[in-house]
Design a protein. Structure first.
Length: 139
C-alpha cells in the first residue's frame, strides 16, 4: 500500500515538474531561438529618420512593408516573452542565466523604435539589451 501511494506521489510530482517547469522552459528556449532568427532577419531593414533628407515616399514599398512586418514581429515576440514572465516556476528556473523581463522590455522598445528611430544608436541600444538579457553573442 505504501509503495502504491509513493508511486502516485512520484507520478504527480513528475507531472507538475513537466507541466509547470519543463514545458514553459522549452517554450522559452524556442522563443529565444526565434528572437535570434528575427533579429538577424530584420537587421538590415532601412527606416526613414528625422535626419534623412529623403521623404518616406522614396523608400521602396518592400522596405516599408518589411518595416511594418518587423514592428509587428518584435511586438509579438515581446508579448510572448512578457507572458513567460508570469510562469513563476519556469521563470525562476531560467532567471539564473537569462532576464526575460529586460528582454521583453527591449523587444517592446525595439518594436516602438524600429520604424521611427531617429538614429541607429537608438535601435542598437535595444538590440544590445535584448542580446545581454538572453545571452546572445553579437554577430
Amino acid at each position: 500500500m505504501i509503495t502504491l501511494g509513493l508511486s502516485v506521489l512520484v507520478g504527480v510530482l513528475a507531472w507538475i515538474a513537466t507541466s509547470f517547469v519543463g514545458t514553459p522552459v522549452r517554450k522559452f528556449f524556442d522563443l529565444r531561438g526565434e528572437i535570434i532568427q528575427r533579429l538577424t532577419e530584420f537587421a538590415n531593414v532601412p527606416a526613414p529618420s528625422k535626419d534623412d533628407p529623403r521623404p518616406v515616399s522614396e523608400f521602396s514599398d518592400r522596405d516599408l512593408s518589411r518595416l511594418k512586418e518587423a514592428h509587428g514581429v518584435f511586438r509579438q515576440l515581446a508579448a510572448h516573452m512578457r507572458a513567460f514572465e508570469h510562469e513563476p516556476l519556469a521563470n525562476w528556473f531560467v532567471r539564473w542565466r537569462y532576464d526575460p523581463s529586460v528582454a521583453s522590455a527591449g523587444l517592446i522598445g525595439l518594436s516602438n523604435s524600429h520604424d521611427t528611430y531617429t538614429d541607429w544608436e537608438t535601435r542598437l541600444l535595444y538590440i544590445q539589451r535584448i542580446e545581454k538579457a538572453l545571452r546572445i553573442k553579437p554577430p
